[in-house]
Ligand binder design. Sequence first.
Ligand code: ADP
Ligand code: ZN
Length: 220
Amino acid sequence: MGVRLIIMGPPGVGKGTQGEFLAERFGVPRLSTGDMIRAALKAGTALGERVRDYYEAGELVPDEVVLGLVAEAIDGSEASGGFVLDGFPRTVPQADGLGELLTARGIGLDAVLSLEAPEEELVDRISGRRVCGACGLVTHVRAVGEAAACPACVATLVQRSDDRAETVRNRLAVYGAQTEPLLAYYARSETGLTAVDGTGTLEAVRDRLFETLRTAEMAG
Ligand code: ADP
Ligand code: ZN
């Protein structure tokens, strides 16, 4: 059984949250290259040091680095029943690399989901995003106010280092230049591309995603 999904979309569209809903629903892990990179930065590993400057500038880290991380994650026992890929692939070489990796393992993708929202909403969501360094909770100043304590564990909420306004603009530009071409890439692929409206409440988007997948399954 299991399900193998990619959730794509611009920075701030909610891939992480929705990817987590999908992962829970299907009982598979969410494999987020952004989370893997942040873990390496926090732990100060050699890989973390190698990618720090790219990350802080909102640039993509080198393809071979993320491909290595993803290969390892897909081969992990947790992912034997499937996975939700979040934040990967982000370039055509990464998508080609993923294709080869899957083919070599005799597995394929069930769906490639593209979450969409207008750019002004993305900027607002990212610039207001706050994360808890202790428990990993992700929230928004709209929900908790400025300079708040984490509602889950009372540690201090902080802004992700790449969520500063200067970096956000670069991340959106990088997305347009390097990742957006993948939408056409997957639309042409055997799996196809399924676009889903990413506006509205978390629950509304979640239900839209579930419904889209349910309908797709029924159709084929
Ligand atoms: P967002 O989707 O909101 O930009 P992510 O956590 O997915 O957040 O990514 C944050 C940063 O991590 C990116 O700007 C980039 O530096 C790095 N990164 C994450 N995934 C990849 C990837 N697949 N290829 C290259 N860089 C990546
Ligand atoms: Zn917390």
